[in-house]
Ligand binder design. Structure first.
Ligand code: HEM
Length: 185
C-alpha cells in the first residue's frame, strides 16, 4: 500500500495520542461521576481525589485542544480515498460513527468546562486555572453535568462501534483499512 493511501503522519499521531487520552478521561470521569466528590474522598482520601479531579479536567482540556487541531487538519488535509473493497453500508456507517465521534469529543469537554465553571469550581489545566467563560449558576451546572454524563455514555457506545469495526477490518477482513491509521509500515 502506497504512502498516498494513509492519513498524514501528524493525523495518525494525533489519532493515537487522543486514543491514549480518552481512556483515562472516561475511566476517571465515570469513577468520579459514580462516587461523587464525597464518595471519592471517602474511598481514596482528599489528596488523591483532588488529583483525580485536576487530572480529569487537564486531560479533558487537552482533548478539546487536540480535537480542534484534528478537525482543522481533517478539513484542510482531508482523508485518503476509501479502500475500494468497502461496501456502501460500511462506508456510510464508518463515516457516520467518525462524524459523531468528532462531535462528541468536542462537545463533551466543552460541556464539562462550562458545567465546572457554572458550579463555581476551578477549570484546572495542569497548575493553571483557565477562565470559566460563564457565570456561576448551580442549577445550570447540574443540567450541564447531566449532559456531560450522557455524552460520556454516547462516547462509550461510539468507541465500541469504532473499535469493533477496526478490529474486524484488521483481524477478519485483512483489507488494509487499519493501515490507513497505523503508525507502522
Ligand atoms: C473528552 C473529555 C472528557 C470526557 C471523556 C469526560 C467524561 C466524563 C464522565 C463520563 C463523567 C461522569 C459523569 C457522570 O456520570 O455524571 C465525568 C465527570 C466529570 N467531568 Fe468530565 N470528561 C471530559 C472532559 C472534562 C472537562 C474538560 C472538564 C472540566 C474542565 C470535566 C469535568 C468533570 C467533572 C468535574 C466531573 C465530575 C462530576 C461529579 O463530581 O459528579 N470533564 N466526565
Amino acid at each position: 500500500m502506497s504512502e498516498v493511501d494513509r492519513f498524514s503522519l501528524v493525523q495518525r499521531l494525533l489519532h493515537w495520542l487522543l486514543a491514549l487520552l480518552v481512556i483515562p478521561a472516561l475511566g476517571v470521569g465515570m469513577t468520579l461521576g459514580w462516587l461523587g466528590f464525597d464518595g471519592a474522598r471517602d474511598a481514596f482520601g482528599m489528596e488523591v481525589t483532588n488529583a483525580l479531579y485536576t487530572g480529569h479536567k487537564t486531560i479533558g482540556v487537552l482533548i478539546l485542544a487536540l480535537m480542534t487541531l484534528r478537525l482543522v487538519l481533517r478539513l484542510t488535509l482531508g482523508a485518503p480515498p476509501p479502500v475500494p473493497t468497502l461496501t456502501s453500508f460500511e462506508r456510510l456507517a464508518s463515516q457516520a460513527v467518525q462524524a459523531a465521534m468528532y462531535l462528541v469529543l468536542l462537545a463533551l469537554p466543552l460541556v464539562g468546562w462550562l458545567a465546572t465553571a457554572a458550579g463555581g469550581y476551578p477549570v484546572q489545566f495542569f497548575a493553571w486555572t483557565l477562565p470559566g467563560l460563564i457565570a456561576k449558576d448551580p442549577a445550570l451546572s447540574e443540567q450541564l453535568f447531566e449532559l456531560h454524563g450522557l455524552l460520556g455514555w454516547a462516547l462509550l457506545a461510539l468507541l465500541a462501534l469504532h473499535i469493533g469495526g477496526a478490529l474486524q477490518h484488521w483481524l477478519v477482513k485483512h483489507d488494509g483499512v487499519m493501515r490507513r491509521m497505523s503508525l507502522f509500515r
